[in-house]
Design a protein around this ligand. Structure first.
Ligand code: ARG
Length: 465
C-alpha cells in the first residue's frame, strides 16, 4: 500500500506505477535521504514532537537502513514508490509504528528538494576534482612546449605562428572559468529548503537553522513556495556540465584535426586511440569523437530540462521528478569523459618536426606588414602592399620569402635589405611578448600565472583534506 493510500479504494494501475515510480533511479539518493532524515529526527525531537527515546530509536533504525543500502542488502518492495517511501517503509519495519512519526511536518516536496541539493553539492565537488586534474595535465604538458613552434589558426586557415604551449594553455583558462562557475553555483545550491513542508511552511516549532547547519548547507530558503519548486540548481548543474563539455569538445576537435596524418602535429597514445577492424593503418581518435558526440547530448539535456521547467504553475509539480535522470545522466557522462580527456592530454605526443613543416611563409604576412609599419607606413597601406606581395608570390609560384628585394621594392620603396630578417618564425612569436601573447617569455609568465591561480583554487577535495 502506498504511503498516501488512505483516500483510495483501488490499487494503482500497473502501467501508472511504472510511469510514476522513481525508485528505479532515485535510490541513488539513499545516503542524502537518510542523512536528511537523521537531521530531521533530531530537529523534531528538539521541538518536542518526538521523545528523546523515540528519536534514538528512529536514528538507530535509519542508520541500519543506511547500512543495508551500503551493504547492498536493502530489499526493494513493490510498494516502494521512491527513495523516501522505501526508507520510511523499511524504517517502520525495523522500529515499528514510531517510524511513522518521522514525517511530521515534512513533505516529500521539501524532502526531495533537500536530498537533491545535497546530491548536487557533492556532484559539483566531484566534477571540480576531475577538472583540477585536467588543468594540471594541461600545465604540465604546456611547460614542455613553450618553445615548440606551430601554426595558429583562425577559420581553420593558417594564420600566425604560435607556440604549442599557448595552444594548450588556452584550454586551461577555459577550465578556470568552468571551475569558478562550479563554485559559484555551489553557493546557490547550498541553501536548505527543509522545513518548507509541502508548500506553505511547517506548523511545528522546528528549528530550520539547526537543520541547515546539521546538513552542511550555508544558508536556508526564505520562501517555502519557491523552496519546494525551485530547480534552478539542477539547471545550473546541467549548464555548467554542458559548457565544460563544450570546452572539452573544442579540445577534442583540435586533437582530432591535429592528429590527422595531413597535419601530424600530435600522436595519440596507443592506449587512448582505437584501430579499424578492416583498415590496418588506422589510428582513430574515438575518445575525442565521443567527447564531441556526448557534448551534444549534454546540451540537449540542459535545453530539455529548461523546457520542463518553463510552464510549471506554482508550486511543486510531478514534472520536477524529471530533474533526476537529467542530472544523473549528465553527471555520469562528464565523470566518464574527464578522466579520459586528462589521460589523453597527459600522454599526448607532440611532433615539433611536423609542426615546423607546416609553418609556411604566409604565416608571416602579418609580420611583413608590421615591418612596413615600423618603417613608417600606415597599417592599412602595409596590409594592402603585403596582400599584393602574397598575390605576386602565388602567381610566380614562389614563397613569400623567396620574392626578390627588387620585386618587393616594386611594390613599396620602403622594403630594404633587412626585410630578410622578417622570415624567422621564432622571432615572430618572440615579438608577441605582451601579457597574454604567444612569445615563449610571455607564455612562461602565463604558466606561472596559471600556477598561482591554481594555488588559490585547489580542488575542493584536496582543499578539505
Ligand atoms: N519522486 C518525487 C520527485 O522526484 C518526490 C516528491 C514527490 N512529491 C509528491 N508530492 N508526489 O519529485
Amino acid at each position: 500500500m502506498a504511503l498516501w493510500g488512505g483516500r483510495f479504494s483501488e490499487p494503482t494501475d500497473d502501467h501508472l506505477k511504472a510511469l510514476n515510480d522513481s525508485i528505479g533511479f532515485d535510490k541513488r539518493l539513499y545516503k542524502e535521504d537518510i542523512t536528511g532524515s537523521i537531521a530531521y529526527a533530531h530537529a523534531i525531537a528538539n521541538a518536542g514532537i518526538i521523545s528523546p527515546e523515540e528519536c534514538l530509536a528512529i536514528v538507530d533504525g535509519l542508520k541500519n537502513v543506511l547500512a543495508e543500502f551500503e551493504a547492498g542488502t536493502f530489499d526493494l518492495k513493490p510498494g516502494d514508490e521512491d527513495i523516501h517511501t522505501a526508507v520510511e517503509r523499511r524504517l517502520t519495519e525495523l522500529v515499528g509504528s514510531i517510524g511513522g512519526k518521522l514525517h511530521t511536518g515534512r513533505s516529500r516536496n521539501d524532502q526531495i528538494a533537500t536530498d537533491f541539493r545535497l546530491w548536487v553539492m557533492s556532484a559539483l565537488k566531484q566534477i571540480d576534482t576531475l577538472l583540477a586534474d585536467l588543468q594540471v595535465a594541461l600545465v604540465e604538458k604546456a611547460d614542455q612546449h613553450t618553445d615548440t613552434l606551430m601554426p595558429g589558426y583562425t577559420h581553420l586557415q593558417p594564420a600566425q605562428p604560435i607556440v604549442a604551449a599557448h595552444w594548450l594553455m588556452s584550454f586551461f583558462w577555459m577550465l578556470t572559468r568552468d571551475r569558478e562557475r562550479l563554485s559559484d553555483a555551489y553557493r546557490r545550491v547550498s541553501i536548505s529548503p527543509l522545513g518548507s513542508g509541502p508548500l506553505a511552511g511547517i506548523p511545528f516549532n522546528v528549528d530550520r537553522e539547526f537543520l541547515a547547519a546539521e546538513l552542511g548547507f550555508v544558508g536556508l530558503s526564505q520562501n517555502s513556495l519557491d523552496a519546494v519548486s525551485d530547480r534552478d540548481f539542477v539547471a545550473e548543474l546541467l549548464f555548467v556540465i554542458a559548457l565544460t563539455a563544450t570546452h572539452l569538445s573544442r579540445l577534442a576537435e583540435d586533437v582530432i584535426i591535429y592528429s590527422n596524418p595531413l597535419f601530424g602535429y600530435i600522436t595519440l597514445n596507443d592506449r587512448y586511440s582505437t584501430g579499424s577492424s578492416i583498415m590496418p593503418q588506422k589510428r582513430n581518435a574515438d575518445p575525442m569523437e565521443l567527447t564531441r558526440g556526448k557534448t551534444g547530448r549534454l546540451i540537449g539535456t540542459l535545453s530539455g530540462f529548461l523546457a520542463t521547467l518553463k510552464g510549471l504553475p506554482s508550486t511543486y509539480n510531478k514534472d520536477l521528478q524529471e530533474d533526476k535522470e537529467a542530472a544523473f545522466d549528465s553527471f555520469d557522462t562528464i565523470m566518464l569523459l574527464l578522466p579520459v580527456v586528462t589521460a589523453i592530454v597527459k600522454t599526448l605526443q607532440l611532433n615539433p618536426e611536423k609542426m615546423k613543416l607546416a609553418l609556411g611563409d604566409d604565416l608571416l604576412a602579418t609580420d611583413l606588414a608590421e615591418y612596413l609599419v615600423r618603417k613608417g607606413m600606415p597599417f592599412r597601406s602595409a596590409h594592402h602592399v603585403v596582400g599584393q606581395a602574397v598575390q605576386l608570390a602565388n602567381h610566380t609560384s614562389v614563397s613569400l620569402s623567396e620574392l626578390s628585394l627588387e620585386a618587393l621594392r616594386g611594390l613599396s620603396e620602403m622594403f630594404e635589405a633587412d626585410v630578410a630578417a622578417v622570415f624567422d618564425f621564432a622571432a615572430s612569436v618572440a615579438r608577441r611578448e605582451a601579457i597574454g601573447g604567444t612569445a615563449p617569455l610571455a607564455v612562461r609568465k602565463q604558466i606561472a600565472a596559471a600556477r598561482r591561480w591554481f594555488e588559490l583554487h585547489p580542488d575542493v577535495h584536496h582543499a578539505q583534506s
